[in-house]
Design a protein around this ligand. Structure first.
Ligand SMILES: [Fe+2]
Length: 431
């Protein structure tokens, strides 16, 4: 790769607003275009990537040092500190740097355990296990044949948690870490209003052997390089100014299309998250993250290096999660860190770009129960999806981001329209 003689006018990138018909051809077209655009800055792709690698290496080294010094790598905050506005600048700085958080006592432990029991009652009363026909998708389906992931979306427990004031408080707090309004006044999302994003439940019983889930990230696949809006969101990575890339800038993330696939998330999430419905120790097959929010700089530029085949973006394809592998991203594994021990009622959050996976476990001690509830602030993308969510809610259907299983359509005890409070109505766009 030759170094450009000096700054040149960068050419526009080709883009595909729908999944390209020929993925390999599109990859072979986008890679030289991205390299040319980067090199128009006067630096080679290798130089820009080396700068990114140094930035990530510094983060990895800090994480290793914290771990060696016995300090908790994951930021941990009490719910009361968030609700009282008592989070210190140092705590905020750590959250910003690590991109993840455990909220202690987000809900009272007794409340969370009661929700867990309520879910059991709901699925048993409606004979879920008798009627369960197997996993509806390949990804979580790989966990095992017994239902650990329940395709249940509309229980009293889930909806009460989603529309609770305590959830809204934490979501607003987390949304506030993002730059949601541009210098020109463009408002990319509303940090104080969340879209209600229905997701599933995991209940993993004691004694479980699980192979876990491989490391991956969820914000998109080929669309991260190929749609116009994502090319804008990652503009600093693609124009040779990677030092200016800010993983907390929401510009152009909340408006564009996404390539469909069985693992896609239609919503823009500032943070992925779940709320614990049982106590879980850190060595019992729990969530691990690479707690480095700017990791997308590394993931998106790595495929442009010459050792990657020209029709490959390091194994990323549509219709499957974005894989993070030891082959292409070995440095990141040094930073892979489990959540601390959690108790029922704690919640766990990680920046939407962050690499994560679930560790394997043999003969799990205790239950491993969570309900997935992210922070998905109100924005054009989430407003569009909310229309589909409303329809699924009213009919008890599986939301359109998930396999069409629709177990709850005929169930009794489902959460109903008249049980929505103001937060729930706003979250569904019914205000
Ligand atoms: Fe994931």
């Amino acid at each position: 790769m030759t170094r450009a003689a000096g700054p040149q006018h960068p050419a526009a990138l080709p883009h595909w607003e729908e999944t390209p018909a020929d993925l390999s051809a599109a990859i072979r077209e986008i890679k030289p275009a991205l390299r040319a655009r980067i090199e128009a800055s006067g630096r080679s792709v290798q130089e820009v990537f080396a700068a990114v690698e140094q930035r990530i290496e510094a983060r990895v080294a800090e994480i290793e040092a914290d771990r060696a010094g016995g300090e908790e790598v994951w930021p941990v905050l009490d719910y009361d500190a968030i609700a009282d506005g008592a989070v210190t600048p140092a705590q905020r700085a750590k959250l910003s740097k690590r991109g993840c958080l455990v909220v202690r006592a987000h809900f009272p432990r007794e409340q969370a355990l009661a929700w867990d029991a309520d879910i059991v009652d709901y699925v048993e009363r409606n004979e879920f296990f008798e009627n369960y026909t197997g996993p509806g998708d390949d990804f979580f389906g790989s966990v095992g044949s017994k239902p650990e992931i329940y395709p249940v979306y509309w229980s009293q427990a889930q909806m009460r948690a989603r529309q609770s004031g305590r959830m809204a408080t934490v979501q607003s707090f987390l949304n506030s870490f993002w730059k949601h309004t541009a210098d020109d006044g463009t408002r990319w999302f509303d940090p104080d209003r969340d879209a209600l994003y229905p997701d599933r439940i995991r209940r993993r019983p004691p004694g479980t052997d699980s192979a876990g889930l491989g490391t991956h990230c969820d914000p998109g696949t080929l669309d991260l390089w190929m749609t116009r809006e994502y090319q804008q969101a990652f503009r600093h990575l693609f124009d040779g100014t990677a030092e200016r890339y800010d993983p907390w800038d929401a510009a152009h993330r909340t408006t564009g299309p996404q390539y469909p696939g069985s693992t896609m998330c239609s919503a823009f999430r500032t943070f992925q998250g779940w709320t614990a419905l049982s106590d879980m120790d850190a060595d019992q097959g729990v969530l691990h993250t690479v707690p480095i929010p700017e990791v997308m700089a590394y993931l998106l530029l790595r495929p442009l290096l010459p050792d990657v085949p020209e029709d490959s973006l390091c194994g990323v394809r549509t219709g499957q999660v974005f894989p993070v592998t030891r082959r292409w991203h070995p440095m990141l594994y040094r930073a892979l860190t489990p959540i601390p021990d959690v108790r029922a009622g704690d919640s766990v959050w990680w920046h939407c770009d962050m690499v994560h996976g679930v560790a394997p476990v043999e003969n799990q001690k205790g239950w491993g129960n969570v309900m997935y509830i992210p922070a998905a602030p109100w924005c054009p993308r989430n407003e569009r999806y909310a229309a589909l969510v409303r329809e699924a809610f009213v009919t008890g259907s599986s939301p359109s981001d998930f396999p069409e299983e629709h177990y709850e359509r005929a169930w009794t005890g489902r959460f109903t329209l008249d049980q929505l409070n103001d937060t729930g109505r706003r979250g569904l766009g019914l205000d």
